[in-house]
Write a protein that binds this ligand. Structure first.
Ligand code: NAG
Ligand code: NAG
Ligand code: NAG
Ligand code: NAG
Ligand code: NAG
Ligand code: NAG
Length: 279
């Protein structure tokens, strides 16, 4: 199987939500959740969002987290009808935005009816405390979590409404993974193959591991407006900018060049461009 997405077929926007600690009681627990899509039916759309969230995002800083996913046409699994993406989060600013939203818009792929199977993998790495202390190992502890959802696009279904999807609804715990990141950090020993920096964090090995609670992530209208503004600004900055771009869009685009600048009360960062190909 081979997918080849053209450079202009997607844009990656990392959006940052309200500064709310949703889960103060378990502040050590980082959670990575798929926020959208769910096991639901939506109207086809030209720009289809895929949204993940990090709760207690600050705890992600030393774990070198990585998200990748593939979306296949359930009724044509061997065709090259679908999409895939991988989020490199090494430049994410985890420090002041909670939950930290990571979003990506796919162009045209989901503008038609179908059943789609989204499979994602979250990977992270942590200090190998015992082995590093004893000088025994040069490997990080690598861990990962995978899950999938089946969603449907259908012309008779309602338009995508991220606020409605994430508010007053519960979703299965499997949409998230909870990672108990302790306060203990270590210097990464010389020779360890790791792209995460000089310091690593220790992940608690105690059982039971905490349960994920993805239903806690709410997308509000401010986050949606910010995502839309980012998308519009990205389009307006690109080659083939839409004719209806306004000065406002350009000014949003200008602001987005500087990470952390507030756009409609929220920070949105344009994280990356590029084509993604896999076999
Ligand atoms: C939800 O998932 C089940 C299988 O897990 C599938 O049969 C059903 O069609 C899905 N619903 C939608 C709306 O995609
Ligand atoms: C969620 O439910 C509460 C109470 O019923 C209501 O006040 C609120 O407007 C609802 N939120 C959304 C986004 O529908
Ligand atoms: C990997 O992470 C999961 C979820 O936090 C946890 O249950 C499991 O024990 C971890 N595995 C290792 C080898 O650390
Ligand atoms: C996280 O791990 C620590 C041990 O390092 C443990 O005391 C704490 O109860 C764990 N938290 C949760 C929510 O499991
Ligand atoms: C420009 O037009 C497109 C297509 O009609 C629309 O989706 C988009 O929101 C418009 N952009 C602005 C900035 O008005
Ligand atoms: C991260 O975000 C915070 C809050 O928006 C900001 O103060 C800080 O300068 C940012 N850090 C970097 C490295 O951009």
């Amino acid at each position: 199987m081979r997918f080849s997405l053209a450079r202009e077929s997607w844009f990656l926007v990392a959006c940052i939500g309200a500064i709310v600690n949703l889960n103060a009681a378990a502040a050590s627990v980082l959670e990575v959740d798929l926020v959208f899509p769910r096991n639901e039916t939506y109207a086809p759309t030209t720009w289809f969002p895929v949204v993940f969230a990090f709760q207690n995002a600050e705890r992600a800083r030393l774990l070198n987290p990585h998200i990748s996913y593939t979306i296949r046409n359930w009724d044509n699994m061997l065709g090259n009808d679908g999409a895939s993406f991988s989020h490199d989060l090494r430049l994410a600013n985890w420090s002041s935005h909670d939950p930290y939203f990571v979003c990506n818009y796919f162009h045209d792929v989901f503008a038609k009816e179908g059943r789609w199977w989204l499979t994602w993998h979250v990977t992270w790495e942590s200090c190998n405390e015992v082995a590093f202390s004893a000088g025994l190992s040069r490997d990080m502890i690598r861990n990962s979590s995978s899950w999938s959802v089946l969603f449907t696009t259908d012309n008779s279904a309602p338009e995508i409404d991220l606020v409605a999807v994430t508010n007053n609804k519960t979703c299965p715990a499997e949409l998230g993974v909870a990672i108990n990141v302790t306060d203990r950090t270590m210097a990464v020993p010389f020779g360890v193959d790791w792209s995460g920096g000089d310091t690593c964090a220790v992940v608690a090995s105690s059982t039971p591991t905490p349960t994920a609670n993805p239903s806690q992530v709410k997308v509000d209208s401010v986050v949606v407006a910010s995502m839309s503004a980012s998308l519009a600004a990205t389009l307006c900055r690109g080659i083939d900018a839409p004719a209806n771009c306004t000065n406002d869009d350009e000014s949003v685009a200008q602001q987005l060049v500087v990470p952390g600048v507030s756009v409609v009360g929220i920070s949105c960062v344009l994280a990356a461009f590029g084509a993604f190909i896999f076999f």
